[in-house]
Design a protein around this ligand. Structure first.
Ligand code: KG4
Ligand code: ZN
Length: 339
């Protein structure tokens, strides 16, 4: 690696957020995100609408990231983009934009795996201690729930994952049944703060080994609501905070049981979280308790780098650029991009 500073433009467009970031080496100069509120009224992401919104957002978001960073387009050393996993139409916008800009600026492009980026976002320089290898990487988002053995930046092995719904999906689907807007995770988090997490009990799925399941919880939750609404039509309104706190506890218990199992089995005491659900405040509190009990060292990215963002794509771009892991213009989107 030369002594010259490296400037990376990161681009993220895998789902419903269009984001662009500029990094100077491993530091973030700007990180702009255009959220797509259009999906709210549909209770989930509508792929066709997401691609269209990316098309109109991408240029303004990139321009705004460059402006805020204080650099100019010509300073950029390379462009990192999300190749997958994600929605095909959404990925196409970011991928093709990145490659076209790369050609016009005559700089290399670097493909990034979105799930690796959620983990590696913990390596963005924020003046705090960075994790050492090996560690257990836990990615918890709307599309994924994975437990990963991370031996080096790009040496990752999946130890277990969801057999059906992702944890964020479970938050969102349960929230939808309660009449909350998409994505319901942050709202459940907020409402739960005033609720009693022991008020209602939901069964915990029994899945052997490192995998996890959330679809049974969703079904149990729907049945629970039906039964109670049959008895009292105002059941949700009268118990909203307690229902939220109780289902949130169940979703987090399920996750922490697996984290415990896999950390013990693989002798790992450094645990890193990434993905939207790692913003959950109840999970963070529970992790504080668990880390004291089990001697774990926990790493969670800063809030702005937990949900989908381009700074996490930029840090992977920086790490790959530094080790000459560049891509070429044949790189096409991979909706199911595993590593
Ligand atoms: O990583 P992300 O932004 O996008 C995906 O790659 O899926 O994660 C979005 C997910 C959504 O399911 C959302 O409800 C959830 O993260 N989420 C939360 C919180 N903030 C976002 N879930 C629980 N508590 C939160 N505070
Ligand atoms: Zn994500």
């Amino acid at each position: 690696m030369s002594n010259k500073d490296i400037y990376i433009l990161g681009i993220e467009s895998s789902c419903d957020d269009t984001s662009a970031a500029i990094l100077k080496n491993n530091k973030v100069l700007s990180n702009k995100i255009a959220n797509q509120s259009i999906h709210k009224k549909y209770g989930g992401v509508v792929p066709e609408l997401a691609s269209r919104a990316h098309l109109s957002n991408i240029i303004p978001v990139v321009e705004s990231a460059i402006k805020e960073s204080g650099i100019s387009l010509n300073d950029i050393s390379a462009i990192a983009f999300t190749r997958g996993p994600g929605l095909m139409g959404s990925l196409i916008v970011g991928t093709e934009f990145a490659k076209s800009l790369g050609v016009s600026l005559e700089v290399p492009v670097i493909e990034v795996n979105h799930m690796q980026a959620h983990i590696l976002s913990n390596f963005i320089d924020n003046g705090k201690k960075k994790p050492g290898f090996p560690f257990l990487g836990v990615t918890i988002s709307g599309g994924h729930t994975q437990f990963i053995l991370v031996e080096d930046y790009f040496k990752m092995k999946i130890l277990g994952e969801t057999l059906d719904d992702a944890i964020g999906e479970a938050f969102d689907k349960c929230g939808k049944k309660l009449g909350l807007d998409y994505p319901a995770g942050p709202e459940i988090d907020k409402l739960s703060k005033l609720g009693d997490e022991y008020k209602f009990n939901f069964p915990l799925p029994k899945v052997e080994g490192g995998n996890i399941s959330y679809s049974g919880t969703k079904t149990a939750f729907i049945n629970f609501l039906h039964n109670n609404i049959n008895k009292n039509k105002n059941f949700i309104d009268e118990n909203l905070q307690d229902i939220c706190a109780s289902i949130q506890k169940n979703l987090v218990d399920n996750l922490l049981n697996k984290v415990n199992f896999l950390a013990t089995k693989n002798n790992l005491n450094s645990i890193i979280f990434g993905g939207g659900v790692s913003a959950n405040s109840y999970l963070k509190n529970r992790l504080e308790d668990e880390s004291r009990e089990n001697n774990w060292e926990i790493f969670i990215p800063e809030l702005q780098y937990t949900t989908d963002n381009a700074a996490m794509i930029g840090i992977v771009g920086y790490l790959k650029y530094s080790t000459s892991k560049l891509s070429d213009l044949k790189s096409t989107p991979l909706p199911r991009y595993s590593f």
